[in-house]
Design a protein around this ligand. Structure first.
Ligand code: CP
Length: 333
C-alpha cells in the first residue's frame, strides 16, 4: 500500500511505472483517478521540485493537494512512541495522521535526516511513524534514507536519453561545503541496480553508503544482469561512462559532528567536482543531478550548461513518475 522505497518493487513493476510515466508524459494517459479526492503533502523541509510537481500532478489526476508544513503552517510534530510531550512538540503523528486520513486518501511526507544519530536515522523513524499509524497510503517524498520518486525520475531519464538496456552508470560523490543526507544516492544506487545497469560508485574513503543498502543493491544488480563496483578514485570512473550522476553526502563516521567533517572534507574540494575535462573522458556521457545544485561546487557552469546536462528534463520527469505512482496506488484501491 505505501510507497516508501523501491526495494519491494520487481523489475517488471519498475518497468511498468516507467511505461506509465511515459504515457502520462506523451499525453496518451489522461486518466483522473484522484477526481473528487484530496492528497496531503507534509513538508518538514524545503522543496521546489517535489512540492510543485506533486501539486501539479495531483491536480492533473483530478485531485486536490493539501500542503502542510509542521512547525510552520501546522503544529510541531512528535513521532516517538511513549514520550512525555512536555517540550517543543505540540501534536503527535498518531493524531495528525488519523485526523488527516479522514480528509485525504493519501499522505506524502518529506522528512530529511537531521544528521545527528546514524543508528536512529538509518531506520527512517519519522517516515515509518507515518506508515505505522496510517491506514491510507504514505508516499515518500524524501526521507532520511530514501528518495524513491527521484530515483524513478532518474531511471526514466536514463531510458529516454540512452534507450532501454544496460548502461555504464557512475554515481560520484562531490565536495559540498556541508554534509548532506544520503537519501538520493541510496535510492539512485538501488534503482540503478534494480534496472540492471553497470553501476560504479565513486567516493572518498570514509564516505561509504549504508552497508546493508550496498549489499542489497549488489544482490539486485546481479539478479538483474548488472553489476556494482565501488572505488575511492574519481579519476578512474569517467572513462567510458554513459551516465555521470553527481551528488554530495555526509560521512557516517562524522555523523553528528559536522564541524569536524567540514574540516576533513576540505581536502576534496578541488578534485571531487564534475568538470569538462572529466566529462570529455566519458562515452558521450550525460550529466545528471537531482537539483538543487551548487554551481562551480558540485559541477562547473560549462558542464551543467552543456548539451550533456539533462538536469531539467530529470526534474520534469518527477511530475510524470509521481503521476504514475499515484495512478498505480489509486487504480488498485
Ligand atoms: N530533487 C528534489 O527533491 O528537489 P526539491 O528538494 O526541490 O524537491
Amino acid at each position: 500500500m505505501h510507497f516508501l522505497n523501491t526495494i519491494a518493487l520487481s523489475r517488471e513493476q519498475l518497468d511498468q511505472l516507467i511505461e506509465s510515466a511515459l504515457r502520462f508524459k506523451r499525453g496518451d494517459d489522461r486518466s483522473q483517478p484522484l477526481t473528487g479526492k484530496s492528497v496531503a503533502l507534509v513538508f518538514f523541509n524545503p522543496s521546489l521540485r517535489t512540492r510543485a510537481s506533486m501539486q501539479v500532478g495531483i491536480y492533473e489526476l483530478g485531485g486536490n493537494a493539501v500542503v502542510l508544513e509542521p512547525g510552520a503552517t501546522s503544529w510541531t510534530l512528535e513521532h516517538r512512541e511513549g514520550v512525555v510531550m512536555d517540550s517543543d512538540k505540540t501534536e503527535h503523528v498518531a493524531e495528525f495522521v488519523r485526523v488527516l486520513e479522514r480528509y485525504c486518501v493519501a499522505i506524502g511526507v518529506r522528512t530529511f535526516a537531521a544528521l545527528k544519530n546514524w543508528d536512529e536515522e538509518r531506520m527512517d523513524p519519522v517516515l515509518n511513524a507515518f506508515a505505522r499509524y496510517a491506514s491510507v497510503p504514505i508516499i515518500n517524498l524524501e526521507s532520511a534514507t530514501h528518495h524513491p520518486c527521484q530515483a524513478l525520475a532518474d531511471m526514466l531519464t536514463i531510458r529516454e536519453k540512452l534507450g532501454a538496456g544496460r548502461k555504464r552508470v557512475v554515481l560520484t560523490w562531490a565536495w559540498h561545503p556541508k554534509p548532506l543526507p544520503m537519501a538520493v544516492p541510496n535510492s539512485f544506487a538501488l534503482a540503478a541496480a534494480q534496472m540492471g545497469h553497470d553501476l560504479v560508485i565513486a567516493h572518498p574513503a570514509k564516505y561509504e553508503l549504508d552497508e546493508e543498502l550496498i549489499e542489497t543493491s549488489r544482490r539486485l544488480a546481479s539478479a538483474a544482469g548488472g553489476s556494482l563496483e565501488i572505488t575511492n578514485d574519481i579519476d578512474e570512473v569517467f572513462s567510458g561512462a554513459e551516465v555521470i550522476y553527481a551528488k554530495s553526502w555526509g560521512s557516517k563516521q562524522f555523523y553528528g559532528n559536522s564541524e569536524q567533517e567540514t574540516i576533513t572534507r576540505a581536502q576534496y574540494r578541488r578534485k571531487w567536482i564534475v568538470d569538462e575535462e572529466k566529462m570529455a573522458r566519458t562515452n558521450a556521457g550525460i550529466f545528471m543531478h537531482c537539483l538543487p545544485v551548487r554551481r562551480n561546487v558540485i559541477v562547473t557552469d560549462e558542464v551543467i550548461d552543456s548539451s550533456a546536462s539533462v538536469v531539467v528534463d530529470e526534474a520534469e520527469n518527477r511530475l510524470h513518475v509521481q503521476k504514475a505512482v499515484m495512478a498505480r496506488i489509486f487504480n488498485r484501491t
